[in-house]
Design a protein around this ligand. Structure first.
Ligand code: NAD
Ligand code: WQD
Length: 344
């Protein structure tokens, strides 16, 4: 029988790509999403890609009773992948309580219900944001956690602590915390991808919207950093490679292969790319010329950060494989598809 996995936030950007990879690897998936930042038709699109329709429950993780009902309706869930969260850094500064409530209470509900329903495995979506500006690059999992730059970042730090404390208390729970670097791109089918609401705050959706003419010009936030070309450096990881990391992490927990009850992995490529390098890679990959200008620094930006993914490479047997050009082409194809469908 197929093993059942509950995926919260499974119609979202990273969640939907992960559901595809889970189904392709033979897992049965139950999605829980309140559709606050995604669309219901993502379920149809996952079915189109994989030939399998995941179960979908339109439920808010803040609603303990409804979530309890999902665990009861689908007995024998083996593991949870918890993506559901609010994720816009700027909005979190404006609405901190919304972020603390959504990101903390959702996780607390999940952990309590896992214990109640004897579910032992959880994979949690953490972020490189927990490192702030690291003292040493590339950053390893043992780097110190810096004071968070935003309420959003703080929720990720607290989420990690909540999981560690719960496991330490003797709960029969095993966890893997995946610290994602900068996920970008879309599924090669162009049926699922990132759907930013309003003006995109992240680089790649802003870039593709500029390339297609929705935005006039991309602003490069700063060219006076202490980096080779002066623009900030990040580790951009293809969302499908990232999705695959969840599948191997779930296998590791379910097969009892963990070295500790809570493990932490950096999920990045190990390569830093500057904003200007990314723009040029996009132009090379797609043949589309981009209208951009150098603008002032954006408040709160980290100068440079990229992953040392060696621990994930070795222990999970996972590696980011897709080139930046293929990744950016997938982001562009997704933008073209959104236009074709009249969505954005
Ligand atoms: P997303 O907004 O596309 O997906 C999150 C999904 O969760 C959405 O479908 C939303 O409707 C749902 N959701 C939010 N609150 C919910 C609730 N209370 N109950 C049920 N569903 C709820 O975001 P994403 O980019 O796919 O991010 C997924 C996870 O990865 C988040 O936890 C995010 O913080 C984390 N993460 C994202 C990035 C990134 O750059 N995208 C980087 C690091 C970590
Ligand atoms: C990347 C680079 C910008 C837009 C954020 C969150 C982080 C994580 C990933 C969830 C930066 C520059 C951007 C633009 C630009 N999310 N830029 N012009 O800031 O690395 O991380 O998303 O956990 O927590 O903070 O990603 O895509 O916003 O920016 O020049 O219009 O692109 O300054 O150097 P960031 P980003």
């Amino acid at each position: 029988m197929k093993e059942r996995i509950l995926v919260t936030g499974g119609t979202g950007y990273i969640g939907s790509h992960t559901v595809v990879e889970l189904q392709n690897s033979g897992y049965e998936v139950i999605i829980v999403d309140n559709l606050s930042n995604s669309r219901a038709d993502v379920v149809d699109r996952i079915e189109q890609i994989t030939g399998v329709r995941p179960a979908f429950e339109h439920v808010d993780c803040l609603n303990y009773a409804d979530l309890d009902g999902v665990f009861s309706k689908y007995p024998g869930i083996k593991g949870v992948i918890h993506f559901a969260a609010s994720k816009a850094v700027g909005e979190s500064v404006q609405k901190p309580l919304l972020y603390y409530r959504n990101n903390l209470v959702s996780l607390i509900n999940i952990l309590e219900l896992m214990s109640k329903h004897n579910v032992q495995a959880i994979i949690f979506s953490s972020s490189c944001t927990v490192y702030g500006q690291p003292d040493k690059l590339p950053v390893t999992e043992s780097a110190s956690i810096k004071k968070a730059e935003s309420p959003y970042g703080n929720t990720k730090q607290i989420n990690e602590e909540i999981i560690c404390d719960t496991v330490k208390s003797g709960a029969d729970i095993r966890a893997i915390l995946l610290r994602y670097f900068n996920p970008i791109g879309a599924h090669p089918s162009a049926l699922i991808g990132e759907l930013p609401s309003g003006v995109p705050q992240n680089l790649v959706p802003y870039l593709t919207q500029t390339a297609i003419g929705i935005r006039e010009k991309l602003s490069v936030f700063g060219d006076d950093y202490h980096t080779p070309d002066g623009s900030c450096i990040r580790d951009y990881i293809y969302v499908v490679d990232l999705a695959k990391a969840h599948v191997v992490a779930m296998y590791r927990i379910l097969q009892n292969k963990q070295k500790e009850k809570v493990e932490v992995f950096n999920i990045g490529t190990g390569k830093g790319l500057s904003v200007l390098e990314l723009i040029h890679a996009f132009e090379t990959a797609t043949g589309v010329k981009l209208n951009y200008q150098i603008a002032g620094r954006r408040a709160g930006d980290i100068e440079q950060v990229w992953a040392d993914p060696a621990y994930a490479n070795k222990e999970l047997g996972w590696k980011a494989e897709t080139s930046i050009e293929d990744t950016l082409r997938s982001a562009w194809n997704w933008q073209l598809k959104l236009r074709e469908e009249g969505i954005q």
